[in-house]
Design a protein around this ligand. Structure first.
Ligand code: ATP
Ligand code: PRP
Length: 233
């Protein structure tokens, strides 16, 4: 009997975007975690199972061997620090940007030029701290767990550090992105000890997921190069 492989995924974006990649690697979870309270999800392969955890807990599960593999956003990995994790593949899914945002009437460039002390609200404390430190700015950090966009509107903070995709959330709240910190996508993460002990099963799975991600990236880039509304055929 081959060793059991455990993959840690979070519900929502990460799960939805990882599912097609798993399918290309021949893996299909046996139930939909959105419709079940089960946290351990069997797959069509007897030796592979998925565990459902919070997005921010995925690196911890993989680091300490609660899972052999996982999928986590670069934001989550940067906050975690990445210790004890092998990151072989950028899966190019759940793509977004980490930005500094402020009210449209807040002159961020001026505040930076004057080296003004700023208040920044975020759930990404480490990323924000390192970003402002690189700029040589003194920032009072206010830790939030969600709805960061509210902070500048209520006077809680001058700026926020948050993820942006379409920009709809910022726009709906009269905020603007004033600085990009990084491009974010989800990565495959692997427990290095598991890779040594279960190499025969894990390595092919990692390679299949890498190939699936590469194909999906190529298809996305090809679609983006097509003229709007049709193909060239
Ligand atoms: P938690 O439950 O731990 O608070 P979360 O609610 O942030 O996590 P998701 O919203 O599912 O979890 O986000 C998972 C990952 O998807 C994030 O870590 C980030 O990498 C990416 N992501 C977040 N927001 C967006 C977005 N608007 N568009 C695209 N990707 C995003
Ligand atoms: C994320 C992020 C922003 C929003 C940006 O929130 O924190 O609020 O997406 O996306 P947009 O630019 O496409 O509007 P999410 O939807 O994950 O809600 P959460 O903060 O409750 O997780």
């Amino acid at each position: 009997m081959p060793p059991i492989i455990t993959i840690a995924l979070s519900k929502g974006r990460i799960y939805d975007d990882t599912l097609p990649l798993l399918a290309q690697a021949g893996l299909a979870p046996a139930l939909d975690p959105e419709r079940s309270r089960k946290l351990i999800v069997p797959t069509n392969r007897e030796d592979v199972r998925v565990v459902i955890v919070r997005a921010t807990d995925v690196p911890t599960y993989v680091q300490f061997g609660g899972a052999d593999l996982g999928v986590a956003g670069k934001d989550v990995l940067d906050e975690h620090g990445g210790d004890g994790l092998y990151q072989p593949v950028d899966l190019d899914i759940a793509r977004c940007r980490m930005v500094v945002a402020a009210r449209a009437d807040f002159d961020y460039a001026q505040a930076v030029a004057e080296r003004r002390r700023l208040r920044a609200a975020t759930k990404f404390e480490r990323i924000a701290r390192e970003h402002f430190a690189r700029k040589g700015l003194h920032v009072d950090m206010i830790k939030l767990y969600g709805s960061m966009e509210l902070a500048p509107l209520t006077g809680l903070a001058d700026v926020i550090v948050d993820l942006v995709d379409t920009g709809n959330t910022l726009k709906a709240n009269n905020l603007v992105a004033v600085e990009e910190i990084s491009q974010v996508s989800a990565r495959l993460i692997v427990n290095p000890a598991a890779l040594r002990l279960k190499r025969e099963t894990l390595r092919p799975l990692i390679d299949q997921l890498a190939l699936a991600a590469q194909r999906a990236r190529e298809a996305r880039l090809a679609a983006a190069a097509l003229p709007a509304g049709g193909d060239r055929g």
